[in-house]
Design a protein around this ligand. Structure first.
Ligand SMILES: [Zn+2]
Length: 273
């Protein structure tokens, strides 16, 4: 009988340390705490981008970078207003010059990147670009990156899959050594989100963009445009952001619900990036 008491309470402790609740009330597996994920992502971001910076591939077109920073900066201001704990995040966005890569991501703690391939091939309007970045920011706000890092670390199979993803996507890190947590942080952005996480990011992202003054009708048109890009192989963005059921229809229904935010006549400050 004694053992019966010990084992369940031990499991209970494990359950509560490893689980968290997302902003929309979903249970999440959390082997890495959000703070640990942010800490690891800070280093992983620098190490992932530094070889690209050496090659002159980061923010090398000021017009493009300024556009991205303006839009993302307005979203960040709203994100901080809604989630005040993110005011001490070291928010950052970089444009990576890779004309073939149709992708954008946000690591834990608000470290973002968008590739010129997405900008050139999708040709998003400002409203649509705000949906991309709002969706990415929402993944970080909802701790999806930490969740994916946790999933990766939870299984040995996951870790070996990570190294395959890294080698096949050509994301070498220029010989810079990463710790296990940093590697998981860097790799998490190349792993697909669950459809539930996608739904969550869609819902949070469209609201965030509306609050930042971007038309929520652009969410549906963005995913429509995204679907037309790629030809034989789908863009990286669609493989890391798999479609929840009826995505466009759901977004079309959500748009009128958040439109009042978009229509508010007010100044929307840009977070300096
Ligand atoms: Zn997503």
């Amino acid at each position: 009988m004694k053992h019966f008491k010990i084992i369940p309470s031990f499991l209970l402790v494990l359950f509560f340390t490893a689980c968290a609740t997302s902003p929309t009330g979903r249970n999440q597996l959390m082997l890495v705490s959000p703070d640990e994920a942010i800490f690891a992502s800070r280093e992983a971001y620098v190490k992932a981008l530094s070889p690209l910076a050496t090659d002159g591939k980061i923010d090398n077109n000021p017009v493009v970078s300024n556009r991205v920073k303006q839009i993302t900066g307005r979203l960040i201001t709203q994100a901080i207003e809604t989630y005040p704990h993110t005011s001490n995040w070291e928010w950052s966005v970089k444009v990576i010059d890779d004309p073939e890569m149709v992708n954008a991501w946000c690591m834990a703690g608000g470290k973002m990147a968008i590739y010129t391939g997405l900008l050139n091939k999708v040709q998003p309007t400002d409203d649509e670009l705000a949906q991309v970045m709002g969706h990415e920011i929402s993944h970080a706000l909802a701790n999806h990156t930490a969740e994916k890092m946790s999933m990766a670390m939870a299984s040995q199979m996951g870790m070996s899959a990570l190294s395959i993803v890294l080698s096949t996507t050509g994301y070498g890190y220029g010989g810079l050594t990463m710790t296990g947590a940093e590697l998981a942080a860097a790799t998490a952005i190349h792993l697909p989100n669950s459809r539930t996480a996608e739904e969550e990011a869609d819902r949070m992202g469209i609201e965030l963009a509306a609050k930042a003054g971007y038309n929520p009708d652009a969410a549906a048109t963005l995913w429509q445009k995204m679907g037309k890009v790629g030809g034989d192989s789908p863009p990286e963005f669609l493989s890391t952001h798999p479609a929840p059921s009826n995505r466009q229809e759901t977004l079309r229904k959500l748009a009128p619900q958040v439109k009042h935010y978009y229509q508010e006549k007010k100044v929307r400050p840009v977070y300096p990036l």
